[in-house]
Design a protein around this ligand. Structure first.
Ligand code: 16G
Ligand code: MG
Length: 558
């Protein structure tokens, strides 16, 4: 530190004054308790201004602690209804905020008064060993929610308290994964990841997609449900960059229509209801059998595909598990075709959660593809995937990506092809590493990944779907007086508490053919979730009902 103790004390006092002035404009509402959970802070937008102001303070502390590395702030509530909003922080690598800092976010958000906020802030500076003289860089964005602009003002008020001590970069309205991309690209001093702009993102993906399918286009038209959210803008921008190679029909692009966001559309609607969005049906899509469509969620970090079964005339879902399986098999084939030497061998694996359909896990393991099961939440999947050279991770709900390790990239760049086939395989693997968002699950990038694999395989949706048959499954939300009494273990496949409940669940599982069920407390809502799958729909129903009753009994509700 260059300044004298008196000067430093004076500067600190000036900063605290500026923070106090801003904080007084954004008082914390009484009787609200905030938690920085799996998806950051998320609740009714009206309760969030004070949280945004305080998140700004934490983002700046984190950036200064990391010597000015750029930190991202995303204002979104993803697939939640329009009155909700939320905010989450993005670490310099483009990944979710370091979990040890989540607690500091919660502490700051819950300070009841400006005085307590100032003293907590000062304690954090000391405790986290933050040198306030370090630079800070923050990049932020929001989705299309009407509450977004006011929340951004609260965020900016927090950033402005630091005056010249912070450099900011507003991306305006954009998707969560684009914000993650920009954070990662900004911090990548090699400049190899791509230009740290929305344009850079579009160019990088368009280039990789052309390398992969340029000679196979134009591809069959694709219907894209944008959930009336920010994905609509991102898709329009991207297709303008790409040109005609992939003809898309964007649906649900009404980002300005009040109440439309995620309403009867979007990835979460399709996955949980297991049906077409009515708007997609109305678009005449169902007259075109076998045609594939996909749905983004409200901030475009999740995607699911679906189509109408030709002969059965039924809705068929191609969810995150189906994407993971198809992509893992395809990349595995490319690795084999690359004919790398023993020393250059690349290990590919898949990371799933307990929600992955049992058939998908069986399909992969029976083909010797290693599968790791981890707890729900992107950060768990992401970290487990980093243990492979090529780590494919997807949650069944459609959030996922494929990570290429530094070793994988280095190996592929240095490999000597033994034939035109191996040269192509290496070229394609490298192009996939450019096409796929390396920071986080990304609906747009995942859509291109799926389209590239389908084009290479020469498949439509039915051929993709033919790999395995999902076991019928049910997801039940159970409201209980106190969800904290439910404690999951073994990557959430079992319950440690309440004592004895797990044995009863297992007894119920044994009563149905291929039965599997688990219970876990939600990380985003005040409820407990029950998952059940079995050989038949009737058995999946009965298992779900039995386990739901067991949960209610254990929580004293029956
Ligand atoms: C969050 C997670 C998502 C997970 C979901 C589970 C991130 C970015 N998002 O939305 O991965 O599937 O929570 O919700 O980590 P639940 O705990 O309410 O079931
Ligand atoms: Mg989302």
């Amino acid at each position: 530190m260059s300044s004298s103790p008196t000067k430093a004390a004076h500067e600190h006092a000036v900063l605290l004054n500026a923070i106090a002035e801003g904080a007084n404009q954004y008082p914390k509402p009484e009787h609200v308790n905030y938690t920085y959970g799996t998806a950051g802070f998320r609740t009714l937008a009206s309760k969030l201004p004070s949280v945004l102001f305080r998140v700004a303070l934490l983002a700046v502390l984190r950036s200064k602690r990391l010597e000015g590395a750029t930190i991202g702030v995303m204002v979104t509530a993803s697939h939640n209804p329009e009155p909700d909003n939320g905010v989450k922080l993005v670490d310099p690598s483009g990944e979710m905020l370091d979990p040890t800092w989540e607690h500091h976010a919660t502490t700051l958000a819950n300070c009841p008064t400006t005085e307590s906020l100032l003293s907590t802030f000062t304690t954090l500076v000391t405790h986290l060993r933050v040198d306030l003289h370090q630079p800070a860089n923050i990049v932020y964005a929001r989705d299309t929610r009407p509450s977004g602009p006011d929340l951004i003002k609260a965020l900016e008020a927090g950033l402005n308290a630091f005056g010249d001590g912070v450099k900011v970069n507003s991306l305006g309205v954009t998707t969560t994964p684009i914000l993650h991309y920009v954070v990662k690209a900004t911090n990548d001093k090699t400049g190899e990841y791509g230009q740290p702009t929305v344009e850079g993102y579009n160019q990088k993906m368009a280039k990789a997609f052309k390398t992969l399918v340029g000679n196979k286009g134009p591809l069959a038209p694709l219907y894209v449900d944008c959930a009336n959210g920010v994905g609509a803008n991102a898709l329009a921008d991207f297709t303008a960059t790409l040109g005609d190679l992939l003809p898309v029909h964007p649906l649900n692009t009404a980002t300005g229509t009040p109440g439309a966001l995620n309403h009867h559309c979007g990835a979460d609607f399709v996955k949980t209801k297991q049906q077409f969005p009515p708007s997609v049906q109305a678009a005449g899509f169902l007259n075109k059998r076998g045609t594939r469509a996909c749905s983004f969620d409200g901030d475009a970090d999740r995607i699911v595909y679906y189509y109408l079964h030709e002969s059965k005339n039924t809705f068929r879902l191609l969810d995150g598990d189906k994407i993971a399986v198809m992509v893992a098999m395809f990349l595995g084939d490319l690795i084999a075709k690359a004919k790398l030497t023993e020393d250059e061998k690349l290990y590919l694996g898949v990371v799933q959660t307990a929600y992955a359909n049992g058939s998908s896990t069986k399909y992969l393991t029976s083909r010797n593809i290693p599968v790791t099961c981890v707890s729900t939440g992107v950060k768990h999947l992401h970290h487990a995937a980093q243990r492979y050279d090529i780590g494919v991770y997807f949650e069944a709900n459609g959030h996922g990506t494929v990570l290429f390790s530094d070793n994988a990239i280095k190996t592929l760049k240095g490999a000597s092809p033994t034939s035109p086939e191996s040269a192509n395989a290496i070229k394609y693997l490298l192009a996939f590493s450019e096409l796929i968002n390396q920071a986080v699950g990304d609906a747009l990038s995942d859509m291109l990944l799926v389209e590239a694999v389908l084009a290479h395989r020469g498949w439509g949706a039915p051929e993709w779907d033919a790999g395995y048959e999902d076991l019928p499954n049910r997801l039940v939300k159970v409201e209980v007086p106190d969800r904290s009494i439910f404690v999951a273990t073994d990557a959430e496949r079992k319950l440690a508490y309440p004592v004895g409940l797990q044995e009863h669940i297992e007894e119920a599982m044994r009563k149905v053919e291929m039965g599997r069920s688990f219970v876990r407390p939600s990380g985003t809502e005040d409820c407990v979730r029950v998952y059940a799958e079995a050989k038949s729909s009737v058995e999946a129903d009965s298992l779900a009902i039995t386990v739901t009753d067991l949960v209610k009994l254990a929580s004293g509700q029956v």
